[in-house]
Write a new protein. Structure first.
Length: 229
């Protein structure tokens, strides 16, 4: 915890890009390169996420997470994001080469979620988009955690992939189909990530992510994907 809020987490105009959630997210996600963003806007990315955790306001916390998980540029500042209700469209320049990373993000419900589960990211892929769970506590890269997502009385189990440096969990392509379908009619998404490899440091994580506005956010995401232009 810190006594003062860093500049990256202060509320600016709605267009200022930022992410990651609840336990300050990646993310998440320009959050966010096609192979997973490197949390590198500060010497200690986890410290940046911890600072975001103390922000009570949802919008400000989301901006702080986004800032903490965006890739650095020269100078280290991602392009502005655009608000879509409780979702945020974020365009993060590739610091090396290639197209920008584009994603939409939503922080988890801070009251109903474990502090280590930051939020949900949908990001452009070569075809359509990918669904990524963003964490505050990184998982081992070798892990393939079991992730259960649910809306209402139904749930689906996935075997996920941990992306470098460990704070993003990529769900299989079937999750994208759910985001295009039943998730848009649901008020919230429950997420549970099981313990990894029996390691106490990878205890189960649980969270609730509000889905209001998802139906409008996905078309905006796709219209900004490099593969669609």
């Amino acid at each position: 915890m810190v006594n003062a809020m860093p500049d990256a987490c202060k509320i600016a105009e709605p267009s200022r890009s930022v992410f990651a959630r609840l336990g300050c997210f990646g993310g998440l996600l320009g959050v966010l390169s096609m192979i997973g963003p490197a949390l590198g806007q500060s010497p200690d990315p986890q410290a940046s996420l911890q600072r975001c955790r103390i922000i009570a306001d949802d919008a400000a916390r989301l901006r702080c997470y986004e800032d903490a998980t965006s890739k650095p540029t020269s100078p280290p500042a991602p392009k502005p994001g655009l608000g879509i209700g409780t979702w945020r469209l974020v365009r993060t320049p590739n610091p090396v080469s290639g197209a920008d990373t584009v994603s939409i993000m939503r922080t988890a419900d801070i009251v109903k979620s474990d502090i280590d589960l930051a939020g949900l990211m949908l990001r452009c892929a070569k075809s359509n988009f990918e669904v990524v769970i963003v964490l505050v506590r990184p998982l081992p890269l070798r892990a393939h955690p079991k992730v259960t997502v649910g809306t209402g009385g139904s749930s689906v189990d996935f075997t996920a992939t941990v992306l470098p440096p460990g704070a993003e969990v990529l769900l299989p392509a079937d999750a994208s189909a759910l985001a295009l379908g039943p998730w848009q009619a649901a008020p919230e998404l429950s997420v549970q990530i099981a313990a990894v490899d029996g390691d106490e440091a990878s205890a189960p994580m649980y969270g609730i992510i509000p889905l209001a506005g998802l139906g409008a956010a996905i078309p905006l995401l796709l219209s900004n994907c490099p593969s669609q232009q």
